[in-house]
Structure formats: structure tokens, C-alpha cells
Design a protein around this ligand. Structure first.
Ligand code: HAM
Length: 431
């Protein structure tokens, strides 16, 4: 599309652009970074190393890794041909990319488990609504190469700790097991047989043949009523999966992480086996899932690696931020700087620009009032910046070789030698 087709040229005025539909953006006061970093910090404390993944990958990675029959792959991917005519896709999730990277770099040939964390944007062409975006932000972890229920519990506890560290309380952890290659096929047959005997509409009947487990998640009351007696996978687990599930629950009990069992949980991605979980917040309306994850025993092999299992989570940062707001948790009260410099005149500006740079070098956050503003306007900016101290430099100070240091909390003001102000203020900010 050319610029003229927007209609801007015909009015002779440039229309302001808007961010694309369904894509949220976060301003400094929104507290996005604090929420994201709190979630990341919980993963750091458990030894997960940062991996920076590509924003787009070969489309085949997601088709194979996430599953062709999922909504994510069949309807929601941002796929396009690049200039070399290769089909690439903006990453809809992180697990497939992490597993691809582990295989590509041979990380699984070193100590196991490989513990990685990631944070950033993901892309799904969904119908936008409150809490459901086309560019969503996740913090995720993956622990690959060790099939131990204690590791599943660790992953869950790390997510729980991330939420708790923000002060969130209004959420619950839902847990189930999706079994393994031994018990799933038999259960699938059993469920399909059950579904075949129900008066379902054509679309649902079709879904029952492709992915019968997903039918269990139908939200329509009339279908729910029909499904009341459906066989549940948790009642038909193999001995291995049942023991694994019991052990995960025992570890969660030991860790004091509360959960409720939801045997009808259906995740939107196909790779899950055994442990599967979701964190659900009650204050968010329809888009209540603030995080989810589970174990994926076959994914490494599907993507061409060794037969190693993995377990991980993805937390929605957008929704976690909404959950904080819903619970009235004030996220951004952090001041931007410690010191705000107020020059009165050109010569004062020259000096304060250097003072501010020296303060920053000393680790003190400092800002300057630019543009030759008067004392009143500059002091307003100082208040808005959240600074503890304002440094006020006028002509008379310059002559005397001094500078005014105002404590914006107490209102006290004193005069300090200009030559020593960096040390003096640094000491006060630290003290
Ligand atoms: P997921 O459940 O598809 O799992 O996404 C994880 C979280 O991302 C969701 O719980 C939700 O908070 C957030 N989210 C998903 N879609 C949207 C959206 N359209 N708008 C806003 N937030 C959204 C995964 O992506 C898996 N890779 C998680 C995982 C890691 N499993 C194992 N390891």
C-alpha cells in the first residue's frame, strides 16, 4: 500500500499511525518490566540460564513440534515466505525453539538436565479481546533430559514463586496427567468409542475423530452434560504415568504448593505427556490462564534429537500484569532517577551536564532539566522524576563555587562546594 492510499495525502496532513490491532504496548508507568523481571528472577534463583531465541523459525519446526491439528498451527500462525521463498513463521511459542536449539548446539551432550529460560514476544493470530493478544509476552523455562517428577514439581514451584513474589494470591494451580505412549492410545480408543455413542453435531464428531481429548474441553453446557460420564485419562494411566503423577503431587505437597486436579484439562499444544498444568486467575474473565506447561516426553525425538524428555512452563506476562491490576497490586512506584539537576543559565547547564555524567558513572541515576526552563517548571520535573535530591545551580552559586542540594523528601536545602558535589550526593543517595 502506498502512502496516498491512506488518505493522508488528500488532506495534506499526515494521519498519526496506531499500533497494529491486538498488539499491546507498555509505557514506563505500566510496570511491565517489573512484572517480567520478577518472573525471570524466580527462574534465575533455580539455575535456569537465559537463551535468546530467534523471533522467527522454519515453519516446519512448529508444524512438527506443536502439532498440525492444533489451533495454534492450523489457524493462528504468522507464516510468510521470505525473499528466498522459504516459509518462516513468527514464533507462536517457545518450547519447540528451545528444543531445536538444544539439539542444534548439542547442549544435551553436557550435564543434564539442560535448564533454560527465555522471555519475549510470541505471535498468534487470534481474535483480540481483553487479555488475548496477537503479540503476547511470555517468560518460560524448559528443563530437558531428566525424567524425574521432582523436576516437574520444581518447574511448577518456580512459576508459583514468580507469581507470589509479585504479591499475587487470587490464582489456582490446576494439575493433571496426560499419560504416555503406553496408555494414551488405548484411552483414545475408549474415549472415541464413548463419543461415537453421543448425539454430537457434525463439527464435534469430526473433532472426536481427529483429537478426541479436545472434545472433553467443550464449554457448551449441553455438550458438557453429555460428557459427564466420559472416561477420564487419569483413571486409565499406565503404572509408570500413575506413579509419576503421584510423585509430582507428593513433591508439591512437600513444597507447600496448593493444586486442584482437573482431569478434563486440555492444552492447546500437542506435545504434552504425563504432567500437565495451568495457573488460572479468577479476576481476568474469559482469558484466565496466566501460565501453563507440562512434560513433553517425545518432542526431542520428533524434532530429530535423542529420546530425552523435557518439562517446562510459559507464563503470560500480559495476563500476569492484568492479574496484578485486578488484585490492586501497585506495580510501578519506582522512581526513575535519584538526582535531578536544575541549571539556571547556560553556564550552569554546561557544568551540570558534566556533574550528571559523573553521577551516572558513580552508579547514581541522574537527569537534567534541558531547554532553558525556569526554576518553577524544572522543580516540577524534578518532583515528577521521583528524585530524592535536586541540584540547583544559579549564577551566584557559580561565582561562589557552590551548588544547592535540596532534599525533595524533607524540603531541607544546603549549599555544597561544587567541586565535591558528586561525592557528597553519591554518599547521600547510598546512605
Ligand atoms: P500456552 O498455554 O500456549 O503454553 O501459553 C502460555 C501462556 O501464555 C498462557 O497461559 C497465557 O498466559 C499466555 N498466552 C497464550 N496466548 C496468549 C494470547 N493470545 N494473549 C495473551 N496471553 C497469551 C505455551 O506456549 C507453552 N510453550 C508453555 C510450555 C513451556 N510448555 C512446556 N514448556
Amino acid at each position: 500500500m502506498t502512502a496516498t492510499s491512506t488518505g493522508a495525502a488528500s488532506t495534506g496532513r499526515t494521519q498519526p499511525f496506531a499500533a497494529p490491532k491486538g498488539i499491546p504496548e507498555y509505557l514506563p508507568a505500566d510496570g511491565f518490566v517489573r512484572v517480567r523481571d520478577a518472573l525471570v528472577a524466580a527462574a534465575d534463583r533455580a539455575g535456569y540460564g537465559h537463551i535468546e531465541l530467534p523471533i522467527f523459525e522454519d515453519t516446519g519446526l512448529y508444524a512438527r513440534g506443536v502439532g498440525e491439528s492444533t489451533d495454534v498451527v492450523s489457524k493462528e500462525m504468522y507464516s510468510f515466505a521470505d525473499r528466498g521463498d522459504r516459509s518462516v513463521t513468527l514464533r507462536p511459542e517457545g518450547t519447540a525453539g528451545v528444543v531445536r536449539a538444544v539439539i542444534e548446539h548439542g547442549l544435551d551432550r553436557q550435564g543434564l538436565p539442560v535448564k533454560l529460560r527465555y522471555a519475549g514476544p510470541f505471535f498468534r493470530y487470534e481474535r483480540p479481546q481483553a487479555g488475548r493478544y496477537r503479540q503476547l509476552q511470555q517468560v518460560g523455562v524448559e528443563a530437558i533430559g531428566v525424567d524425574d517428577p521432582a523436576l516437574d514439581a520444581e518447574v511448577i514451584a518456580v512459576a508459583d514463586e514468580g507469581f507470589r513474589s509479585l504479591g499475587l494470591t487470587g490464582y489456582r494451580l490446576e494439575l493433571t496427567s496426560l499419560g504416555d505412549a503406553e496408555c494414551r492410545p488405548a484411552y483414545r480408543d475408549r474415549l472415541q468409542e464413548f463419543l461415537a455413542g453421543l448425539p454430537l453435531d457434525d463439527a464435534t464428531r469430526h473433532r472426536a475423530t481427529i483429537n478426541p481429548l479436545r472434545v472433553l474441553d467443550d464449554k457448551r453446557p449441553e455438550v458438557r452434560a453429555l460428557l459427564a460420564d466420559a472416561p477420564l485419562l487419569v483413571d486409565h494411566l499406565s503404572d509408570t504415568s500413575a506413579a509419576h503423577h503421584a510423585a509430582v503431587k507428593r513433591h508439591l505437597d512437600d513444597l507447600g504448593v496448593a493444586y486442584v486436579e482437573n482431569p478434563r484439562m486440555v492444552r492447546g499444544l500437542d506435545y504434552y505427556t504425563k504432567t500437565t498444568f495451568e495457573f488460572v486467575h479468577d479476576g481476568l474473565g474469559a482469558q484466565s490462564g496466566i501460565g501453563g506447561g507440562g512434560r513433553y516426553d517425545g518432542l526431542m525425538e520428533i524434532l530429530g534429537g535423542q529420546a530425552l524428555s523435557g518439562v517446562g512452563f510459559g507464563i503470560g506476562v500480559d495476563r500476569t500484569l492484568l492479574a496484578c491490576r485486578a488484585e490492586g497490586i501497585a506495580i510501578d512506584d519506582a522512581p526513575r532517577v535519584d538526582v535531578f539537576c536544575v541549571p539556571l543559565g547556560d553556564e550552569a547547564l554546561d557544568r551540570l551536564v558534566v556533574v550528571a555524567a559523573a553521577l551516572r558513572r558513580a552508579g547514581v541515576r541522574a537527569d537534567v532539566s534541558y531547554g532553558g526552563r525556569g526554576l518553577k517548571g524544572a522543580m516540577k520535573s524534578a518532583d515528577r522524576s521521583g528524585a530524592r535530591f535536586a541540584l540547583v545551580l544559579g549564577e551566584r552559586d557559580l561565582e561562589a563555587g557552590t551548588i544547592g542540594v535540596k532534599d525533595l523528601h524533607s524540603g531541607d536545602q544546603e549549599s555544597v562546594a561544587l567541586d565535591t558535589v558528586v561525592d557528597a550526593v553519591t554518599g547521600r543517595v547510598r546512605g
